[in-house]
Design a binder for this molecule. Sequence first.
Ligand code: G3H
Length: 496
Amino acid sequence: MAGSGVFEDIIEGDVFKYYTDGEWKKSASGKSVAIINPTTRTTQYKVQACTQEEVNKVMESAKIAQKQWAKTPLWKRAELLHKAAAILKEHKAPIAECLVKEIAKPAKDAVTEVVRSGDLISYCAEEGVRILGEGKFLVSDSFPGNERTKYCLSSKIPLGVVLAIPPFNYPVNLAVSKIGPALIAGNSLVLKPPTQGAVACLHMVQCFHLAGFPKGLINCVTGKGSEIGDFLTMHPGVNCISFTGGDTGVAISKKAGMVPLQMELGGKDACIVLEDADLDLVAANIIKGGFSYSGQRCTAVKVVLVMESVADALVEKVNAKVAKLKVGPPEDNCDITPVVSESSANFIEGLAKDAKAKGATFCQEYKREGNLIWPLLLDNVRPDMRIAWEEPFGPIVPVIRINSIEEGIHHCNASNFGLQGCVFTKDINKAILISDAMETGTVQINSAPARGPDHFPFQGLKDSGIGSQGITNSINMMTKIKSTVINLPTPSYTMG
Ligand code: G3H
């Protein structure tokens, strides 16, 4: 159970503590932040409302610990990460329980998130040992005008303190996708969890604590964004920010100083369906891609662009599958569970109402109880409807009927987002041409968009993000190149 057994140190009374200097602490503010269970809509947990002064102390601890960590052999860093991964997986049940209660993730998916996170940490350890164990050796005579008098040795060094801000929908997995690369590369870490998902994050941090990482290396502060959000992202002690979330990322990028940024800010992933597509495969992928975790994934299928000649058949197949989706509480492993908050449900409802007013065909009746919204396929959506462009982050999938491939590509590229997209066709030549034309970070051919496997590069164009993620890219992003040049008094040519 949450906050018990090996996790009993992380809570006092009914408020979960924050973590710094290798210890679990109560905030001097005496205040807490309530976490509302999306299903019951009542307070499920409480976390500390940390102060700016506490953030300053955390930053100082992280800075000191990083200096020592950077001198810790790579194999030892990897060994600790493997240990943390094993502890995390061992305690998957209580952490998954937090995900069910805080973000209404279906029970089975919650366990999968924790296990996937353990695997991700182990992979970071292995990949780090490989790529950080190598550097480059360059000689000067390849550049015009130079003799071979300079030897350049370059290697990767840590950035310093990494600020990691994961989103509510994968609070554990998208936290460790930042923590793992940061730590193996020799950085220290300050984690600011999302409010919904904070308690799962705190449990995950305890697994790192139990693994025996040095004190101050990993820190986790909780609190109100209005109090410590900007203070954290603009803090002079931060040397790198890795953020996943929504528009807040744009604001952060404007305020952050001279620090490398890694950002993933959502998407409006298009699913282009050609006449020759296997429609059963497409329908299955629209269900998986559009409705899993109730559409609350940045990589969800957020608009279907289907050729008119096969649109009726596809809509019929998708509707048959929508009818089979189980709607209800996450504890019962339902496919569609309540969305994360009332404001989120209101936003989704606003998109549905706008589409209704402008003449979209509702394939199912719109139904909502509290934060629970029944799955909805909207056919005959047109570009003047908000749902054609905005990201619902809910169980609503719009279908736009197109008359040419160009029309589909044009709609995809007219979006401000550019995360992923997908194309369904049996013609690989057409698929490649469409993939090349789509302005998105990734295009999936004959499958729904997805971030994983976690070592694949993951990046968004335009408003979807900055930089590239995936284990290898994140490790590289969280390092800098350092060179040492040996200057010889006379040219020296090997075997010369
Ligand atoms: O919500 C954003 C996530 O990065 C999507 O990850 O494709 O594994 O669901 P996923």
